[in-house]
Design a protein around this ligand. Structure first.
Ligand SMILES: [Zn+2]
Length: 387
Protein backbone atom coordinates (compact mmCIF):
# COMPACT_ATOMS: atom_id res chain seq x y z
CA UNK A 1 0.00 0.00 0.00
CA UNK A 2 3.05 2.24 0.01
CA UNK A 3 2.16 3.31 -3.55
CA UNK A 4 -1.29 4.50 -2.44
CA UNK A 5 0.03 6.39 0.58
CA UNK A 6 2.73 8.04 -1.59
CA UNK A 7 0.06 9.06 -4.11
CA UNK A 8 -2.16 10.47 -1.37
CA UNK A 9 0.68 12.54 0.11
CA UNK A 10 1.60 13.82 -3.35
CA UNK A 11 -1.88 15.23 -3.97
CA UNK A 12 -2.87 16.17 -0.43
CA UNK A 13 0.34 17.05 1.45
CA UNK A 14 -1.57 18.91 4.17
CA UNK A 15 -4.03 16.08 4.68
CA UNK A 16 -7.00 18.39 4.25
CA UNK A 17 -9.51 16.03 2.70
CA UNK A 18 -10.26 13.70 5.58
CA UNK A 19 -13.46 11.78 6.28
CA UNK A 20 -14.32 14.29 9.03
CA UNK A 21 -13.94 17.11 6.52
CA UNK A 22 -16.35 15.37 4.11
CA UNK A 23 -18.91 14.64 6.84
CA UNK A 24 -18.97 18.31 7.84
CA UNK A 25 -18.91 19.65 4.28
CA UNK A 26 -21.83 17.50 3.12
CA UNK A 27 -23.78 17.73 6.38
CA UNK A 28 -23.90 14.00 7.03
CA UNK A 29 -24.38 12.84 10.58
CA UNK A 30 -22.63 9.45 10.92
CA UNK A 31 -23.24 7.35 14.02
CA UNK A 32 -21.02 4.31 14.68
CA UNK A 33 -23.23 2.22 16.97
CA UNK A 34 -21.39 -0.37 19.09
CA UNK A 35 -24.57 -1.90 20.47
CA UNK A 36 -28.31 -2.12 19.85
CA UNK A 37 -29.20 0.51 22.45
CA UNK A 38 -27.06 3.04 20.54
CA UNK A 39 -29.04 2.38 17.37
CA UNK A 40 -32.34 2.93 19.20
CA UNK A 41 -31.03 6.04 20.96
CA UNK A 42 -30.14 7.64 17.61
CA UNK A 43 -33.42 6.86 15.87
CA UNK A 44 -36.27 9.39 15.95
CA UNK A 45 -39.05 8.85 18.47
CA UNK A 46 -41.64 6.37 17.20
CA UNK A 47 -44.50 8.07 15.41
CA UNK A 48 -47.23 7.42 12.84
CA UNK A 49 -45.54 9.81 10.44
CA UNK A 50 -42.41 7.64 10.09
CA UNK A 51 -42.00 5.29 7.12
CA UNK A 52 -39.57 2.37 7.58
CA UNK A 53 -38.37 0.56 4.46
CA UNK A 54 -36.69 -2.85 4.82
CA UNK A 55 -35.64 -5.56 2.41
CA UNK A 56 -35.77 -9.23 3.34
CA UNK A 57 -36.18 -11.19 6.54
CA UNK A 58 -32.85 -10.30 8.21
CA UNK A 59 -33.27 -6.48 8.21
CA UNK A 60 -36.95 -6.89 9.11
CA UNK A 61 -36.03 -9.09 12.09
CA UNK A 62 -33.42 -6.50 13.04
CA UNK A 63 -36.13 -3.81 13.09
CA UNK A 64 -38.56 -6.07 14.99
CA UNK A 65 -35.88 -6.97 17.57
CA UNK A 66 -35.12 -3.29 18.13
CA UNK A 67 -38.74 -2.97 19.28
CA UNK A 68 -38.47 0.72 18.52
CA UNK A 69 -41.26 1.09 15.99
CA UNK A 70 -44.81 0.30 17.05
CA UNK A 71 -46.66 3.18 15.38
CA UNK A 72 -44.47 3.71 12.29
CA UNK A 73 -45.50 2.39 8.88
CA UNK A 74 -43.27 -0.58 7.97
CA UNK A 75 -42.93 -1.82 4.41
CA UNK A 76 -40.71 -4.53 2.95
CA UNK A 77 -39.42 -4.22 -0.62
CA UNK A 78 -38.41 -7.15 -2.81
CA UNK A 79 -36.43 -5.71 -5.69
CA UNK A 80 -34.32 -2.67 -6.55
CA UNK A 81 -36.97 -1.68 -9.09
CA UNK A 82 -38.79 1.55 -9.94
CA UNK A 83 -42.06 -0.41 -9.65
CA UNK A 84 -41.26 -0.97 -5.97
CA UNK A 85 -40.56 2.75 -5.56
CA UNK A 86 -43.96 3.56 -7.10
CA UNK A 87 -45.70 0.96 -4.92
CA UNK A 88 -44.17 2.38 -1.74
CA UNK A 89 -45.08 5.94 -2.74
CA UNK A 90 -48.68 4.92 -3.42
CA UNK A 91 -48.96 3.20 -0.06
CA UNK A 92 -47.46 6.27 1.65
CA UNK A 93 -50.04 8.51 -0.08
CA UNK A 94 -52.80 6.28 1.27
CA UNK A 95 -51.62 6.71 4.88
CA UNK A 96 -53.85 8.80 7.19
CA UNK A 97 -50.91 11.05 8.13
CA UNK A 98 -48.36 12.76 5.92
CA UNK A 99 -44.92 11.19 6.44
CA UNK A 100 -42.22 13.35 7.99
CA UNK A 101 -39.36 10.88 8.07
CA UNK A 102 -38.16 7.96 5.98
CA UNK A 103 -35.76 5.36 7.35
CA UNK A 104 -34.15 2.65 5.22
CA UNK A 105 -32.89 -0.53 6.94
CA UNK A 106 -30.94 -3.16 5.04
CA UNK A 107 -28.57 -3.66 2.14
CA UNK A 108 -28.43 -2.20 -1.35
CA UNK A 109 -32.04 -2.99 -2.32
CA UNK A 110 -33.71 -1.31 0.68
CA UNK A 111 -31.41 1.70 0.61
CA UNK A 112 -31.65 2.29 -3.15
CA UNK A 113 -35.47 2.14 -3.01
CA UNK A 114 -35.52 4.35 0.12
CA UNK A 115 -33.24 6.95 -1.54
CA UNK A 116 -35.56 7.25 -4.53
CA UNK A 117 -38.69 7.28 -2.34
CA UNK A 118 -37.11 10.05 -0.24
CA UNK A 119 -36.62 12.08 -3.40
CA UNK A 120 -40.12 11.59 -4.81
CA UNK A 121 -42.15 11.46 -1.63
CA UNK A 122 -43.82 14.66 -0.45
CA UNK A 123 -41.88 15.04 2.80
CA UNK A 124 -40.75 18.57 2.03
CA UNK A 125 -37.79 19.96 0.14
CA UNK A 126 -34.29 18.52 0.32
CA UNK A 127 -32.83 21.26 2.51
CA UNK A 128 -35.52 20.85 5.13
CA UNK A 129 -35.04 17.09 4.98
CA UNK A 130 -31.39 17.43 5.77
CA UNK A 131 -31.94 19.80 8.68
CA UNK A 132 -34.62 17.63 10.24
CA UNK A 133 -32.90 14.29 9.60
CA UNK A 134 -35.92 13.36 7.53
CA UNK A 135 -34.04 10.66 5.71
CA UNK A 136 -31.99 8.16 7.69
CA UNK A 137 -30.25 4.99 6.53
CA UNK A 138 -29.22 2.03 8.66
CA UNK A 139 -27.07 -0.27 6.49
CA UNK A 140 -27.23 -3.72 8.07
CA UNK A 141 -24.43 -5.28 6.04
CA UNK A 142 -22.35 -2.61 4.32
CA UNK A 143 -22.53 -4.47 1.03
CA UNK A 144 -21.55 -1.63 -1.32
CA UNK A 145 -20.01 1.81 -1.36
CA UNK A 146 -23.14 3.62 -2.53
CA UNK A 147 -24.68 3.78 0.96
CA UNK A 148 -24.72 7.57 1.24
CA UNK A 149 -24.46 8.61 -2.41
CA UNK A 150 -27.17 10.83 -3.95
CA UNK A 151 -27.84 8.14 -6.60
CA UNK A 152 -29.87 4.94 -6.60
CA UNK A 153 -29.16 1.89 -8.74
CA UNK A 154 -32.60 0.68 -9.86
CA UNK A 155 -34.13 -1.40 -12.62
CA UNK A 156 -36.09 0.90 -14.89
CA UNK A 157 -37.50 0.16 -18.38
CA UNK A 158 -35.94 -3.30 -18.31
CA UNK A 159 -32.44 -2.04 -17.51
CA UNK A 160 -30.49 -1.26 -14.39
CA UNK A 161 -29.91 2.48 -14.27
CA UNK A 162 -28.21 4.93 -11.96
CA UNK A 163 -30.92 7.44 -11.10
CA UNK A 164 -30.72 10.66 -9.20
CA UNK A 165 -32.07 10.25 -5.66
CA UNK A 166 -31.75 11.77 -2.20
CA UNK A 167 -28.64 11.35 -0.07
CA UNK A 168 -29.41 10.59 3.56
CA UNK A 169 -28.73 13.24 6.19
CA UNK A 170 -27.97 10.64 8.83
CA UNK A 171 -26.42 7.19 8.74
CA UNK A 172 -26.47 4.83 11.71
CA UNK A 173 -23.96 2.00 11.28
CA UNK A 174 -24.65 -1.00 13.54
CA UNK A 175 -21.01 -2.08 13.96
CA UNK A 176 -21.96 -5.08 16.15
CA UNK A 177 -24.07 -6.50 13.29
CA UNK A 178 -21.30 -5.84 10.78
CA UNK A 179 -18.85 -7.68 13.10
CA UNK A 180 -21.14 -10.68 13.34
CA UNK A 181 -21.65 -10.79 9.56
CA UNK A 182 -17.93 -10.56 8.88
CA UNK A 183 -17.14 -13.39 11.31
CA UNK A 184 -19.71 -15.56 9.56
CA UNK A 185 -17.94 -14.66 6.31
CA UNK A 186 -21.33 -13.48 5.16
CA UNK A 187 -21.03 -12.60 1.51
CA UNK A 188 -22.72 -9.19 1.72
CA UNK A 189 -20.02 -7.96 4.09
CA UNK A 190 -17.28 -9.30 1.85
CA UNK A 191 -18.98 -7.56 -1.08
CA UNK A 192 -18.58 -4.14 0.57
CA UNK A 193 -14.84 -4.63 1.10
CA UNK A 194 -14.46 -5.87 -2.49
CA UNK A 195 -16.36 -2.84 -3.82
CA UNK A 196 -13.82 -0.59 -2.07
CA UNK A 197 -10.86 -2.66 -3.32
CA UNK A 198 -12.15 -2.20 -6.88
CA UNK A 199 -11.13 1.47 -6.49
CA UNK A 200 -7.59 0.33 -7.31
CA UNK A 201 -8.60 -0.10 -10.95
CA UNK A 202 -11.24 2.67 -11.09
CA UNK A 203 -8.59 5.20 -10.09
CA UNK A 204 -6.20 3.82 -12.71
CA UNK A 205 -8.99 4.05 -15.31
CA UNK A 206 -9.75 7.66 -14.36
CA UNK A 207 -6.07 8.50 -14.71
CA UNK A 208 -5.87 6.80 -18.11
CA UNK A 209 -8.81 8.90 -19.37
CA UNK A 210 -6.99 12.06 -18.21
CA UNK A 211 -3.66 11.01 -19.75
CA UNK A 212 -5.39 10.30 -23.05
CA UNK A 213 -6.99 13.78 -22.97
CA UNK A 214 -10.44 12.25 -22.83
CA UNK A 215 -11.28 13.96 -19.56
CA UNK A 216 -10.26 17.19 -17.91
CA UNK A 217 -8.71 17.15 -14.49
CA UNK A 218 -9.05 20.14 -12.21
CA UNK A 219 -7.61 20.98 -8.82
CA UNK A 220 -11.12 20.50 -7.41
CA UNK A 221 -11.17 16.84 -8.39
CA UNK A 222 -8.31 16.11 -5.98
CA UNK A 223 -10.79 16.07 -3.12
CA UNK A 224 -12.63 13.08 -4.64
CA UNK A 225 -9.38 11.36 -5.57
CA UNK A 226 -8.29 11.55 -1.94
CA UNK A 227 -11.53 10.05 -0.62
CA UNK A 228 -11.09 7.10 -3.01
CA UNK A 229 -7.45 6.64 -1.95
CA UNK A 230 -8.39 6.91 1.73
CA UNK A 231 -11.04 4.22 1.31
CA UNK A 232 -8.29 1.84 0.15
CA UNK A 233 -6.05 2.79 3.06
CA UNK A 234 -8.83 2.19 5.63
CA UNK A 235 -9.54 -1.26 4.22
CA UNK A 236 -5.99 -2.49 3.68
CA UNK A 237 -3.81 -0.97 6.42
CA UNK A 238 -3.57 -2.92 9.68
CA UNK A 239 -6.41 -5.01 11.14
CA UNK A 240 -9.73 -4.76 9.37
CA UNK A 241 -12.22 -3.81 12.08
CA UNK A 242 -15.89 -3.14 11.35
CA UNK A 243 -15.24 0.53 12.10
CA UNK A 244 -12.51 0.69 9.45
CA UNK A 245 -14.79 -1.09 6.97
CA UNK A 246 -17.42 1.55 7.67
CA UNK A 247 -14.92 4.36 7.21
CA UNK A 248 -13.69 2.78 3.97
CA UNK A 249 -17.23 2.55 2.58
CA UNK A 250 -18.12 6.11 3.64
CA UNK A 251 -14.91 7.48 2.17
CA UNK A 252 -15.47 5.62 -1.11
CA UNK A 253 -19.06 6.89 -1.16
CA UNK A 254 -17.84 10.48 -0.73
CA UNK A 255 -15.51 10.03 -3.72
CA UNK A 256 -18.74 9.81 -5.78
CA UNK A 257 -20.38 12.88 -4.26
CA UNK A 258 -19.49 15.40 -6.97
CA UNK A 259 -22.39 15.69 -9.44
CA UNK A 260 -20.01 16.59 -12.29
CA UNK A 261 -17.77 13.57 -11.77
CA UNK A 262 -20.64 11.36 -10.69
CA UNK A 263 -19.27 7.91 -9.86
CA UNK A 264 -16.04 8.42 -11.86
CA UNK A 265 -13.43 8.02 -9.08
CA UNK A 266 -14.89 4.72 -7.87
CA UNK A 267 -16.29 3.26 -11.07
CA UNK A 268 -14.19 2.37 -14.11
CA UNK A 269 -14.13 -0.56 -16.53
CA UNK A 270 -14.42 -3.03 -13.63
CA UNK A 271 -17.95 -1.71 -13.03
CA UNK A 272 -18.79 -2.16 -16.71
CA UNK A 273 -17.74 -5.80 -16.35
CA UNK A 274 -19.83 -6.07 -13.19
CA UNK A 275 -22.84 -4.78 -15.09
CA UNK A 276 -22.30 -7.19 -17.99
CA UNK A 277 -21.92 -10.06 -15.52
CA UNK A 278 -24.97 -8.96 -13.57
CA UNK A 279 -27.05 -9.12 -16.78
CA UNK A 280 -25.63 -12.60 -17.54
CA UNK A 281 -26.53 -13.72 -14.01
CA UNK A 282 -30.05 -12.28 -14.38
CA UNK A 283 -30.55 -14.32 -17.56
CA UNK A 284 -29.77 -17.41 -15.46
CA UNK A 285 -32.20 -16.20 -12.78
CA UNK A 286 -29.25 -15.73 -10.45
CA UNK A 287 -28.09 -12.68 -8.56
CA UNK A 288 -24.55 -11.37 -8.64
CA UNK A 289 -23.41 -9.67 -5.45
CA UNK A 290 -22.32 -6.17 -6.53
CA UNK A 291 -18.91 -5.84 -4.85
CA UNK A 292 -17.94 -9.39 -5.73
CA UNK A 293 -18.70 -8.70 -9.40
CA UNK A 294 -16.90 -5.32 -9.33
CA UNK A 295 -13.76 -6.85 -7.83
CA UNK A 296 -13.88 -9.71 -10.33
CA UNK A 297 -14.00 -6.92 -12.93
CA UNK A 298 -10.95 -5.38 -11.25
CA UNK A 299 -9.00 -8.62 -11.70
CA UNK A 300 -9.78 -8.51 -15.41
CA UNK A 301 -9.03 -4.78 -15.80
CA UNK A 302 -5.75 -5.08 -13.85
CA UNK A 303 -4.79 -8.01 -16.08
CA UNK A 304 -5.52 -5.87 -19.17
CA UNK A 305 -3.19 -3.14 -17.82
CA UNK A 306 -0.49 -5.79 -17.40
CA UNK A 307 -1.01 -7.25 -20.90
CA UNK A 308 -1.18 -3.84 -22.61
CA UNK A 309 1.49 -2.12 -20.48
CA UNK A 310 3.89 -1.43 -23.37
CA UNK A 311 1.34 0.82 -25.15
CA UNK A 312 0.16 2.74 -22.06
CA UNK A 313 1.22 6.26 -21.02
CA UNK A 314 4.02 6.67 -18.48
CA UNK A 315 3.33 7.60 -14.89
CA UNK A 316 -0.17 6.28 -14.49
CA UNK A 317 -1.27 6.26 -10.84
CA UNK A 318 -0.18 2.63 -10.46
CA UNK A 319 2.47 0.70 -12.36
CA UNK A 320 0.47 -1.24 -15.00
CA UNK A 321 2.98 -4.09 -14.89
CA UNK A 322 2.39 -4.78 -11.19
CA UNK A 323 -1.22 -3.64 -10.60
CA UNK A 324 -2.64 -7.16 -11.07
CA UNK A 325 -0.08 -8.70 -8.76
CA UNK A 326 -0.78 -6.02 -6.13
CA UNK A 327 -4.52 -6.67 -6.26
CA UNK A 328 -4.09 -10.46 -6.05
CA UNK A 329 -1.70 -10.11 -3.09
CA UNK A 330 -4.21 -7.93 -1.21
CA UNK A 331 -7.06 -10.34 -1.96
CA UNK A 332 -4.98 -13.32 -0.81
CA UNK A 333 -3.96 -11.57 2.41
CA UNK A 334 -7.64 -10.88 3.13
CA UNK A 335 -8.69 -14.43 2.12
CA UNK A 336 -10.92 -12.95 -0.59
CA UNK A 337 -9.20 -14.19 -3.74
CA UNK A 338 -11.29 -17.35 -4.13
CA UNK A 339 -14.48 -15.44 -3.25
CA UNK A 340 -13.85 -12.88 -6.00
CA UNK A 341 -13.42 -15.65 -8.60
CA UNK A 342 -16.66 -17.43 -7.59
CA UNK A 343 -18.76 -15.90 -10.44
CA UNK A 344 -16.86 -18.20 -12.84
CA UNK A 345 -18.04 -21.38 -11.13
CA UNK A 346 -21.52 -19.87 -10.67
CA UNK A 347 -22.36 -19.45 -14.36
CA UNK A 348 -19.44 -21.13 -16.17
CA UNK A 349 -16.57 -19.86 -18.30
CA UNK A 350 -18.52 -19.56 -21.59
CA UNK A 351 -21.11 -17.17 -20.16
CA UNK A 352 -18.39 -15.13 -18.48
CA UNK A 353 -16.52 -14.81 -21.79
CA UNK A 354 -19.71 -13.69 -23.59
CA UNK A 355 -20.30 -11.10 -20.86
CA UNK A 356 -16.70 -9.84 -21.20
CA UNK A 357 -17.25 -9.41 -24.93
CA UNK A 358 -20.18 -7.04 -24.27
CA UNK A 359 -18.51 -5.05 -21.43
CA UNK A 360 -16.71 -2.46 -23.65
CA UNK A 361 -20.09 -1.37 -25.05
CA UNK A 362 -21.86 -0.92 -21.71
CA UNK A 363 -21.20 2.81 -21.44
CA UNK A 364 -19.26 5.72 -22.94
CA UNK A 365 -16.90 6.27 -20.00
CA UNK A 366 -13.30 6.10 -21.22
CA UNK A 367 -10.99 3.35 -19.95
CA UNK A 368 -8.78 0.52 -21.11
CA UNK A 369 -11.78 -1.40 -22.51
CA UNK A 370 -11.99 1.34 -25.16
CA UNK A 371 -8.38 0.76 -26.20
CA UNK A 372 -8.59 -2.95 -26.94
CA UNK A 373 -10.41 -4.86 -29.59
CA UNK A 374 -10.41 -8.38 -28.20
CA UNK A 375 -11.79 -11.47 -29.88
CA UNK A 376 -13.50 -14.29 -28.04
CA UNK A 377 -10.15 -16.14 -28.03
CA UNK A 378 -8.40 -13.13 -26.43
CA UNK A 379 -11.02 -12.94 -23.66
CA UNK A 380 -10.70 -16.67 -23.13
CA UNK A 381 -6.94 -16.25 -22.65
CA UNK A 382 -7.48 -13.36 -20.18
CA UNK A 383 -9.94 -15.42 -18.16
CA UNK A 384 -7.56 -18.40 -18.04
CA UNK A 385 -4.85 -16.12 -16.72
CA UNK A 386 -6.90 -14.94 -13.76
CA UNK A 387 -8.52 -18.18 -12.60
ZN1 LIG B 1 -19.49 -0.43 -6.85
Amino acid sequence: MKEIIKLKTKYDPFNKYTLDFALKKYGLNAVFAEKESEVSKNLPKDSENIVVITNGSVPRKFVDDLGHFKKAYLTDVQHAHMDEVKRVIESIRALPVKPAKIIGFGGGVALDVAKKVAKLCPIGNTNENRINDSFIVVPTAGSNDGIISPNASLFHNGMRETLSANAPSKIIIPLYIWDKNWKNRFSFSKSGVCDVLSNLTSLQEWNLAIRRDRELWTQKDIEYLIYALDSLIYITEGDLTSEKRAMGLLSSSFSMYDPKLSSRPASGGEHEIERALSDAFARESKMLVHGQGACFGSLIIAKLYERESSGLPDNLFFNPKTLYETLVNILKQMSLHEYVKEPVSEIGKDKIISALETAPKIRERYGILKEINYTKEDWKAVLEEII
